[in-house]
Design a protein. Structure first.
Lengths: 114, 115
């Protein structure tokens, strides 16, 4: 079956702009989580959605937001981009949270802010 | 403060040997712990989940142990191969019931298996 699909794979934006990243989970998976990965901070949790509801949020400023659609696809948005937002943004899906199958991650979107 | 720590230095081993990676945590009482493998430029790939009431779990050449008293998990790869070279991440859900549906990741340990 198809894995988690993230688009676009690469993105270059200018400071102050906004960006929207997309994630299509594995068919049937209703939980979608977003993570930011940087060399200095590693993988950090952004937020998690289940059935269009945000169930949990990490310690990121309000410039980071997300949503989930009725087909479980999810988007995250970063407004007023800063240089420090340059990172690999990863999306993970699961049936309903943790299980013996863990989370399935996409290949990520590499965002570079210049 | 809460921490999850993995050996930051790379682990270099010879092909055929057993690689052992360590994950220690502080001020968490996780219901389970997970291990992932990550290759450069790719997302993490789930390997194993071990619950607090399980001492050990195996999957093919992989073995994970979980000691809630020591607050430590060990990840073993037996008969290692160059293809096992990657960064290995441990992760836990900060809720003691595993219900937060978010993962806190360690920084990862880079494993290099030499022929």
């Amino acid at each position: 079956k198809a894995g988690v699909t993230q688009t676009p794979r690469y993105l270059i934006k200018t400071r102050g702009q906004q960006v929207t990243l997309s994630c299509s989970p594995i068919s049937g998976h209703r939980s979608v989580s977003w993570y930011q990965q940087t060399p200095g901070q590693g993988l950090q949790f952004l937020f998690e959605y289940f059935s269009e509801t945000q169930r949990n949020k990490g310690n990121f400023p309000g410039r980071f937001s997300g949503r989930q659609f009725s087909n479980s696809r999810s988007e995250m948005n970063v407004s007023t981009l800063e240089l420090g937002d340059s990172a690999l943004y990863l999306c993970a899906s699961s049936l309903a949270g943790a299980s013996d199958y863990g989370y399935t991650f996409g290949s990520g979107t590499r965002l570079t802010v210049v | 403060s809460q921490k999850i720590e993995q050996n930051s230095e790379a682990l270099n081993i010879q092909e055929g040997k057993t690689a052992t990676l360590t994950c220690n945590y502080t001020n968490y009482s996780p219901a389970y712990l997970q291990w992932y493998r990550q290759d450069p430029g790719r997302g993490p790939v789930f390997l194993l989940l071990i619950r607090e009431n399980e001492k050990e779990k195996r999957k093919e050449r992989l073995k994970v142990t979980f000691d809630t008293t020591l607050k430590q998990s060990l990840f073993h790869i037996t008969a290692s191969q160059p293809a096992d070279s990657a960064t290995y991440l441990c992760a836990l859900d900060p809720s003691d019931s595993g219900g937060y549906n978010k993962l806190i990741f360690g920084a990862g340990t880079r494993l290099a298996v030499h022929p």
